[in-house]
Ligand binder design. Structure first.
Ligand SMILES: *Cc1c(COP(=O)(O)O)cnc(C)c1O
Length: 406
């Protein structure tokens, strides 16, 4: 293209210089603050998707912004061949506030899960001296788009056209204990699970099931990996969702909310896994650089100082009550479920059109599978903002269900 592709903010198909890997909505967002976004035409939107559970502190949170600006004046990047004081501090903040003892920083959720899978294999092969490598995951799970993590993902749609897939993964249905027991063999190294299957339709794991998984891991000497990429960083009303269940995973991963919008990820693990990751065994150029570490520190400090997980729990209670009141008796709505501010509204039919209609009324939200509306407001969302969102949603769903019945 020789003309200015940004002239109207929206470029599609072969006019775009991008691979068309995303089915993008025809909106170009250019500014954000708190719960609000603006497009290039000046339209304002109430943001109930938070960049897919990324901007948990809202857009442009002041403390994180100030720390990032200060770091920009000091130092941007040095190699992990050197000590990075900010990275140590970010890791110490994470271990002080979780059950983990050690942290590896990377740049995304998929990378954090890759690190978890590699650590589990290496722990078995180098520390325990077994040849176990298999990771059991669950149908409808989502763990990322690298070759290993898309293989771990329990959804066929992400695997299409990418054969051959790496060996060492199998999925069983969530909450099917006999299937899980049958899948465990002498090659099994780990079980990887989300506390709420987010992309897969907003399905919280049953407490009894996760306790049984923990018991199976103990019995067979398997590592429990919890993928907290979407559920972590206060989203569900605890800093990490596994805290709701009173369990301590051997390994857990975090990314989306960890950097308030700056691309970061982390893999956290117990002290007995330290020996598995020795110098040279795993690395990434940009993991925990000074800038990344400053953003992570400021994000966690804000979470702790402002008691953000509790704010999320309180806002969630209010939002759930409002949703029940507005939609609970609507026959089009099959279920309203979730944990904290990760909420799914399961409908009788596909909801893609409702999402688009919502945009034209100034409310942004997403789906989780074809029939589920997914709400992911930032964790500071106010009661008036919740009232406004629920009123728009109720209007949309009532209109939509009337059309379907009429
Ligand atoms: C988004 C997500 C991932 C992948 O994270 P990326 O940063 O996109 O690589 C992995 N697991 C879960 C549960 C997620 O929601």
């Amino acid at each position: 293209m020789t003309t200015d592709p940004q002239a109207n903010g929206i470029v599609t198909g072969n006019d775009s210089s991008l691979f068309q890997t995303y089915a993008r909505y025809p909106i170009a967002l250019v500014k954000g603050e708190g719960s609000w976004l603006w497009d290039d035409k000046g339209n304002q939107y109430l943001d109930f998707m938070a960049g897919l559970a990324v901007t948990n502190l809202g857009h442009a949170p002041v403390k994180v912004k100030e720390k990032l600006k200060a770091q920009l004046d000091e130092l941007w990047h040095v190699s992990n061949l050197f000590h990075i004081p900010g990275q140590e501090k970010a890791a110490a903040l994470l271990t002080a506030n979780t059950c983990a003892d050690a942290v590896f920083f990377c740049n995304s959720g998929a990378e954090a899960n890759e690190a978890a899978i590699k650590l589990a294999r290496r722990y078995h092969q180098k520390v325990k001296g077994t040849d176990s490598y298999e990771v059991i995951t669950f149908t409808q799970s989502f763990h990322g788009r690298t070759l290993a993590t898309l293989t771990a993902t329990g959804q066929d749609k992400v695997k299409e056209g990418f054969l051959p897939l790496p060996a060492g993964f199998l999925s069983v249905p969530l909450h099917d204990l006999p299937a899980l027991e049958a899948a465990i063999g002498n090659k099994t190294a780990a079980i990887m699970i989300e506390m709420v299957q987010a992309e897969g339709g907003v399905h919280p794991v049953e407490p009894d099931f996760i306790q049984a998984v923990v018991a199976l891991c103990k019995k067979h000497g398997l590592l429990l990996i919890v993928d907290e990429v979407q559920t972590g960083m206060g989203r569900t009303g605890k800093l990490f969702a596994h805290e709701h269940y009173g369990i301590e995973p051997d390994i857990f991963t975090v990314a989306k909310g960890l950097g308030s919008g700056f691309p970061v990820g982390a893999m956290l693990g117990k002290a007995y896994l330290r020996d598995a990751f020795t110098a040279g065994s795993h690395a990434t150029t940009f993991g925990g650089t000074p800038i990344a570490s400053a953003v992570i520190q400021a994000t966690i400090e804000t979470m702790i100082e402002d008691n953000v997980p509790q704010r999320a729990a309180d806002a969630a209670e209010y939002l759930m009550a409002k949703l029940d009141e507005a939609l609970g008796s609507n026959p089009f709505v099959k279920a309203i479920r979730g944990k904290g501010l990760l909420i799914g509204i399961e409908c009788a039919e596909p909801v893609g059109d409702i999402v688009v209609k919502g945009q034209s009324r100034g409310l942004l939200f997403v789906t989780a599978g074809p029939n589920v509306i997914r709400l992911l407001p930032n964790l500071y969302v106010s009661k008036p903002e919740i009232d406004q969102a629920v009123s728009i949603l109720a209007e949309l769903i009532h209109e939509f269900s009337a059309i379907k019945q009429g």
